[in-house]
Design a protein around this ligand. Structure first.
Ligand SMILES: [Mg+2]
Length: 433
């Protein structure tokens, strides 16, 4: 199934090129092997003197090796098959609903506006959520002035899609209004209950929260004395911790997820899944704000205080290995569908702002994966200069544009080194003859 088409906002009066269009696919198919060949016009200034010196060597090498009659022009921008990027969103590209200034330039750079004359495939891996993937991609497209397809996007709750077959009736918590119910139904969950439905059935459930008329209207009437809730999914941040926690706790202490009952062992309640475990996140406030991971900590502590028992919950999202495996599959499919590259990249540069999820997850996955996952920490979000990150990135840079430049320069140096080694090997072969 092809990804839905999204409106492409124009940038500075000209259209951005649709990377996922059929035309682009045909073009990339006719381009032949997608290898990184440093083009002649790449010798732009660089801050690093070693890169400048290396480029000077490369200029000589490439000039002498260039085949006459096959000039590289900007319209024939190659897509690299050697590496790719994966971006966290909050605190890296977006903060408080607005793009981080360097983010738009960073995206342009990946789409060919760079000194190397190449395009680099990329995906987005956020722990955030609360909207459908399509809706979030449309919003991101407008914010970043590029086209973002659901085929290159994973949010915290995306992997929950794979659990829709396992549970029939589920409680979905968090997000605005009815949005998370819609997301869950879109994933194929058959019977989705919200805290609003439960309060509508029994308004004494939450003594200090009354439904607004709109919430009452949207909530579904049913008799929960006859319903067994098989699992609890926290899809997005709770908008009302007190009442959401009360309802979750009622279910955890119930017999088989039936509201109004109390288990004698407190071991008969449904399992709880969180779409991620970030305790804090970066938004428009100067200081970090508490998030879903904090709700998880709170719930586990409360369960212990009330029942004396330990509660085991499950979190998806970064830094879970499963999320990075999911990202690997998504990237593989995206590169295949859009760029006709049917092999994994040698290196994936993961750019994030949260050491505990982005950097930890990338580093741990790097030690498992067949290819290299290279963590880059930015200073525009959760991580602040002057503190020591709990998990050490391979590189720390000021912002996402610097992160993109860092990876591209590193790859250029690698390609250069490989090409010089090839050239030396050729020279030796000639001498031996
Ligand atoms: Mg972040």
């Amino acid at each position: 199934m092809s990804a839905p088409s999204l409106a492409v906002p124009s940038s500075g009066g000209r259209f951005m090129r649709r990377l996922s269009s059929t035309e682009a696919t045909r073009e990339s198919m006719s381009m032949g092997p997608t290898v990184v060949v440093p083009p002649k016009h790449l010798m732009a200034p660089s801050n690093a003197s070693e890169v400048a010196a290396a480029m000077e060597v490369a200029r000589h090498e490439i000039d002498s090796a260039a085949t006459p009659g096959t000039p590289i022009t900007p319209s024939e921008t190659l897509v690299t098959d050697k590496y790719a990027y994966a971006f966290d969103i909050d605190g890296v590209l977006i903060r408080g609903g607005k793009p981080i200034p360097e983010a738009i330039q960073a995206m342009k750079m990946l789409n060919g506006e760079n000194e190397y004359g190449i395009k680099v495939p990329y995906i987005f891996v956020t722990n955030g959520g609360g909207k459908t993937e399509q809706e979030r991609c449309l919003q991101l497209s407008q914010q970043l002035e590029i086209e973002v397809s659901p085929g290159q996007f994973i949010c915290g709750h995306t992997p929950m899609r794979e659990m829709a077959e396992r549970y029939k009736t589920v409680l979905v918590v968090g997000g605005e209004g009815e949005k998370c119910r819609q997301v869950a139904e879109g994933y194929g969950f058959k019977d989705v209950v919200t805290p609003g439905d439960i309060i509508k059935d029994n308004q004494d459930t939450t003594p200090f929260r009354k439904l607004t008329s709109e919430e009452y209207e949207n909530s579904r009437a049913r008799n929960f004395a006859e319903v067994e809730i098989e699992a609890i999914f926290v899809f997005a941040d709770s908008r009302d911790w007190a009442s959401d926690q009360q309802i979750i706790l009622d279910l955890l202490m119930s017999k088989n997820g039936r509201l109004g009952t109390r288990s004698e062992t407190f071991e008969e309640g449904p399992p709880v899944f969180f779409s991620h475990n970030d305790v804090v996140w970066s938004t428009s406030h100067d200081l970090t704000r508490i998030g879903m991971g904090a709700l998880r900590v709170s719930l586990e502590a409360m369960f212990k205080a009330v029942t004396g028992k330990d509660l085991k919950t499950t979190a998806f999202g970064k830094p879970q290995i499963g999320t990075f495996q999911f990202a690997t599959r998504l990237l593989q499919q995206w590169r295949k569908d859009t760029h006709c590259i049917d092999m994994p990249p040698d290196t994936v540069y993961f750019v994030g702002d949260t050491p505990e999820s982005d950097i930890r997850g990338t580093n741990e996955f790097d030690s498992h994966a067949d290819n290299s996952w290279y963590s880059i920490l930015v200073r525009t979000g959760v991580f602040q200069e002057g503190t020591k990150p709990r998990f050490q990135p391979k590189a720390t840079v000021d912002n996402v544009l610097e992160a993109v430049k860092h990876g591209m320069e590193r790859e250029y140096k690698k390609a250069l080194k490989a090409s010089l080694q090839d050239s030396n090997a050729l020279d030796s072969a000639v001498v031996e003859e």
